[in-house]
Design a protein around this ligand. Structure first.
Ligand code: ADP
Ligand code: MG
Length: 372
């Protein structure tokens, strides 16, 4: 756990002091009682008056979620945000047997399942994006993710026969949605939904909503790389967001984006992968052939107003590849993209403000875009 809950830490350290004071020595008993009473009152007052917390991190949605609230980051707001993230995980995780998604999957080919209206809303949005990008993004990808062993963290290369059996199950058109009853039906046996490419974005949007409603004027919400920048910094300058070097460990950046309040989400080859005989196999699949996407891209970063859209679009554009992906992104208002290629070139849509600091990467200009 990466819990950085400051009031709890304070409590722990003061409890330790308290135990020291209780060393047995009779002549100090009275003063110890007074001191203990004072410490107790002090502890209670510390716990009851809310202190600002700079940042809090915890593991949720299968990743490390870090929330930084500026100015008035009270513990209760952090609590509300992390509670919300956990609620969303409990509804939408494919790894939690009681989640709405697991219940839908268990009833595939059998019967429709009534779900929470939020789950319904996210599935509906996932289907919308599946249709928009012609199935490159497909929330019925579950059987492939499972076959390649990414659910049990024991990945392996399946045989072509295994892939061929699973491929017909990947088809978003076989999701039936009933908005009257919030019911979802997967029409084929063994179909499974997987919202891994969109649910984190929804959780980031919900976290931002809670922060906003609590009066927070500036915040960074980072749900394992799905980043939501809220409000305006004190000095009114643009936010700077580091772009992960897709070929390096976490934390190595190739440069940074300068942006106003927005969401920044990346899909890439580096989040979950294994290497066999020098080939990298990662967790984002090409629904048409059942293999990890291999189209010359290392990552796609999307900048958009809303994190759920940015999340779905980063996966969609990554699967579509540069040419089709760029056409899709350019067709959407207020959405921008950064494409990083295996040859260390970078191409962006026209509205991106990107500063490259790692000179091994080469940002191609807008003029060069027209060549493609
Ligand atoms: P990350 O979760 O690493 O930030 P993504 O948002 O791209 O990256 O989501 C990847 C996850 O989405 C995979 O782990 C898998 O659960 C699911 N997924 C993989 N391929 C696809 C696809 N073509 N369409 C929709 N979801 C996918
Ligand atoms: Mg995504």
């Amino acid at each position: 756990m990466f819990s950085l809950k400051i009031p709890q830490n304070l409590k722990v350290s003061r409890t330790a002091k308290y135990h020291n004071v209780l060393n047995p020595d009779n002549k100090y008993r009275l003063s110890l009682c007074v001191l203990c009473g004072l410490l107790l009152i002090y502890n209670l007052s510390v716990l009851s008056c809310e202190r600002p917390e700079h940042s809090r991190a915890d593991v949720a949605l299968g990743t490390v979620c870090t929330v930084t609230l500026f100015d008035q980051g009270k513990s209760s707001i952090y609590n509300d945000i992390f509670k919300r993230i956990s609620e969303i995980e409990n509804l939408m995780s494919v790894r939690i047997p009681t989640s709405d998604i697991s219940r839908i999957n268990a009833a595939a080919g059998i019967k429709p399942v009534q779900v929470h209206e939020e789950t319904f809303k996210v599935i509906k949005r996932a289907v919308y994006y599946a249709e928009l990008c012609g199935g490159a993004f497909d929330p019925t990808i579950g059987p492939l993710v499972s076959l390649w062993g990414f659910y049990n963290d024991n990945p392996r290369i399946p045989s072509q026969e295994e892939i061929d059996i699973v491929l017909p199950l990947i088809n978003w058109r076989n999701i039936e949605l009933d908005p009257e009853t919030n019911s979802v039906f997967l029409t084929q046996h063994n179909m499974t939904l997987d919202l891994g490419a969109i649910a984190k974005g929804y959780a980031a949007d919900e976290s931002a909503r809670i922060a906003r409603e609590a009066g927070i004027t500036a915040a960074i919400i980072d749900l394992g790389g799905d980043i939501m920048l809220l409000g305006v910094k004190k000095d009114k300058s643009l936010w700077k967001v580091g772009l992960q070097n897709p070929d390096e460990d976490q934390g190595f950046t190739i440069g940074y984006l300068q942006i106003p309040e927005s969401s920044v989400v990346t899909s890439g080859v580096y989040e979950r992968f294994f290497i066999e005989e020098g080939i990298r196999y990662h967790h984002i699949f090409q629904p048409s052939d059942g293999y990890p996407v291999n189209n010359g891209l290392l990552s796609v970063t999307i900048i958009a107003k809303n994190s759920m859209d940015a999340d779905a679009l980063s996966t969609a554009a990554f699967v579509l590849g540069y040419q089709k992906g760029r056409v899709l992104i350019e067709s959407l208002p207020s959405v921008e993209a950064v494409f990083i290629f295996q040859d260390y070139t970078i191409r962006t849509t026209t509205g991106v403000n990107l500063v490259i600091t790692d000179k091994s990467f080469n940002l191609l200009t807008t003029e060069l875009h027209r060549v493609f």
